[in-house]
Design a protein around this ligand. Sequence first.
Ligand code: C2E
Ligand code: MG
Ligand code: MG
Ligand code: MG
Length: 283
Amino acid sequence: QAKAAGKGTFRVYETGMTERIQARRLLEIDLRRALALKQFDVVYQPQVDIATGAISGFEALIRWQHPVRGPVSPGEFIPAAEEIGIISAVSEWVLRTACREAMSWPGDISVAVNLSPVQFRNGRLLEVVTSALSATGLPASRLELEITEGALLENSDAVLAVLRSLRALGIRISMDDFGTGYSSLSYLQKFPLDKIKIDRSFIRNIDHEPDRLHLVRAIAALAKGLGMKTTAEGVETLAELQCVRSEGCTEVQGYFTGRPVPAREAAALLSSGVQGSSSREND
Ligand code: C2E
Ligand code: MG
Ligand code: MG
Ligand code: MG
C-alpha cells in the first residue's frame, strides 16, 4: 500500500535525523567533559626549511583520546566545539600548553598554533595570547598563529586591528589552508601576513598533476613578491618535496619530513638532527 510505504520511508528518514542529533548531543557532552577532565593532548609536527633541511618550528595539533571511542579527529570535534561555544576554552588550553612545551626546545625554534575564526569574535584574543606568553615566558618571536580565510570574512576591520597588535608584539601570522576558502586575493594585501600555507589538496600528487604545479608556482611567486614565506602542506613523498622546492616554496610540512609527535620527541628530533623518524603517530 502506497500510503504505508510513504509513512515507512518517512520514519526511516526521521530515525536517521534523530540518530544524528543524538550523536551530536553525545559529542557535546563528551567534549565538555573532555575539557574538564583534561583528555586532550598536543602533538607537534616539524616545519622544515627547504633551503637548509633544518627544522625551523613545529605546528601544535590537538589530539583527543576519547575514553570509549579512542582517538577522535580534530576535523570532527573542532567544528562541534565551535558550534557549542567551547572552542575558545579549548584553544586557550592548546595555546598555553604549546607555549609551555615549546619553552623546552632549544634556541629560536618556533611553535605554530591554530586559531579558530570564532576566537576573533569575542574581543579577548589579544589578552589571551599575551597572558599565555607572560605565563610561560615564551618570547613572542617564537610564536606563530595560524588563521584561516574564514577569520577574515566578517568584521574585517576588527580582525585587522587584532592582527596588527599581535604582530606589533613580534608574533608571526600564517594563512592556513590557503586556496580552499572563499575570500579574495585582496586580503593578502590588506592583512599583515608572514606566511602562506598552501593547502594539502594542491600538493598531493603534484609530481603527476601539471595544474597543481602551476598553481603552486604562481602562489609561491605571489608570496615572494609580497615578502611572505610559503609552506607546502602535506608533502608525503620525495618527488613532491622536489617539486615544491623547485617551484619556490620556502618551507615544507608533511609526513615525508615528519609526523606529529609529543613535545619530548620533538625536542629529541632537534638534538639528534634526525627528521621524520622515531615513533611516529599513525593516523
Ligand atoms: P591544519 O591546521 O591544516 O593541520 C594540518 C593537518 O594535516 C593535521 O591534521 C596534520 O596531521 C595533517 N597532515 C600533516 N601532514 C600530512 C600529510 O603529509 N598527509 C596527510 N594526509 N595529512 C597531513 P589534524 O591534526 O588531523 O588536524 C586537522 C585540522 O584540525 C587542522 O588542519 C586544523 O584546522 C584543526 N586543528 C588541529 N588542532 C587544532 C587546534 O588546536 N585548534 C584549532 N582551532 N584547530 C585545530
Ligand atoms: Mg594549521
Ligand atoms: Mg592547513
Ligand atoms: Mg585545516
